[in-house]
Ligand binder design. Structure first.
Ligand code: P1T
Length: 381
């Protein structure tokens, strides 16, 4: 089945009891048993729920995986992966990543004895220098949030196989429409489904997809034992969102390209971070592992003044200043004070997240309105 068909039909069946084409929202916490242990496949909705199960099958299908899991948020799906580890285990993580992921690693899991090494992974050869006999997992995000660095997933997969490690790819920015990490050798693909999978800024959710049965059983156990599951209504909304993922992503990519080129040609702009430019440091890798370059980009204004960035953010009208990304509407953000505020200033500045950096999630509106909005805001500085 091709991807554009999988988003609609992958892992789906008509509701067995009524023939409903969309799975009903099984808004129930529990299921009747005729005798203890005698039930129709579901016992309790933390353990399993038919609407969530339909979504989990869809996620597995679109990522080219066998198993899917849905969680209450992107962070709780990351939390579940980290719970595969034990005190003393080491994780090598990209140093440019969502601030909340950094905070989860560096505060919560560090306290429980997991050791994190944050490194720039644009040059994958650096990874080997940090592997010890305690290393268990490589954590990557590609493209990275917010600097849009691209990490070579195939090469990371080779390194993790050679050293018997797990490779996790946070595929939130790319989505399986653009890149399918499991097919490139990753062990687990992770999503903030809050973003493009849901696609309409109305749900907070996380998701995992993978192929290995033993690993999937461990994660299903953690999902049930820790309990950070998503509800049936949210499962329905994300399942509904996924059905138009391919259409939305196509427009996000077109608009992202138009906005990136507009900004790059603007005399007040210093730098635009978007993997579609031929001089992006890992453009060739992006071309190789992605179908197109997505709707996320970041930029810095000439002079790198904080006040100029704030003025632009306050002036934009079609772009709403807000946390999050990946919805149909365009959003702007100030990573240093919003999404990445939990990373110490010296750390985030090393990766380029300065006080003057602006991040855009380019939506699916008319590109002319988006460009006009940016032109007007830049005229005022
Ligand atoms: O917000 P939540 O659904 O828990 O997902 C966390 C997360 C994980 N990974 C990436 C790459 C993310 O971008 C996020 C959430 N990011 C934002 C809210 C943001 O505005 O960047």
């Amino acid at each position: 089945m091709e991807f554009n068909t999988k988003v609609i039909h992958g892992g789906q069946q008509h509701d067995p009891s009524t023939g409903a084409v969309m799975p009903p929202i099984y808004q129930t916490s529990t299921y009747a048993q005729s005798s203890p242990g005698q039930h129709k496949g579901f016992e309790y909705s933390r353990t399993g729920n038919p609407t969530r199960q339909a979504l989990e099958k869809s996620i597995a299908s679109i990522e080219g995986g066998t198993y899917g899991l849905a969680f209450a948020s992107g962070l709780s799906s990351i939390d579940a992966i980290l719970k595969l580890l034990s005190p003393g285990d080491e994780v090598i993580s990209t140093n440019d990543l969502y601030g909340g992921t950094f905070r989860l690693f560096n505060t919560i899991f560090k306290k429980f004895g997991i050791v994190f090494k944050f490194i720039g992974m644009e040059e994958t050869d650096r990874i080997a220098d940090h592997i010890t006999d305690k290393t268990k997992l490589i954590w990557t995000e590609t493209p990275t949030n917010p600097m849009m660095n691209v990490i070579d997933i195939r090469r990371c997969a080779e390194i993790s196989r050679e050293n018997d490690l797990l490779l996790v790819v946070d595929n939130t920015f790319a989505t399986p429409y653009l890149q399918r990490p499991l097919e490139l050798g990753a062990d687990i693909v992770m999503h903030s489904a809050t973003k493009y999978l849901g696609g309409h800024s109305d749900v907070v959710m996380g998701a995992l997809a993978l192929n290995d049965k033993d690993l999937a059983e461990k994660l299903y156990f953690i999902q049930n034992a820790s309990g950070a599951v998503c509800g049936p209504m949210d499962s329905f909304l994300v399942l509904r969102g996924i059905k138009t993922l391919h259409l939305r992503m196509q427009r996000h990519c077109e608009n992202g390209r138009a906005v990136a080129h507009f900004l790059r040609s603007h005399p007040k702009i210093e730098n635009v971070y978007w993997p579609g430019f031929e001089d992006h440091p890992n453009h060739e890798i992006a071309r190789n592992q992605m179908k197109d370059f997505g709707g996320m980009l970041s930029f810095k204004i000439k002079g790198n003044k904080y006040q100029d960035a704030i003025k632009v953010l306050e002036t934009l009208k079609v772009f709403t200043l807000a946390e999050s990304l990946g919805g149909v509407e365009s959003l702007s953000g100030h990573p240093a004070s919003m999404t990445h505020a939990s990373i110490p200033k010296e750390e985030r500045e090393k990766t380029g997240v300065s006080d003057s950096l602006i991040r855009l999630s380019v939506g699916v509106e008319d590109e002319k309105d988006l460009i006009e909005d940016l032109r007007r805001a830049l005229d005022l500085i």
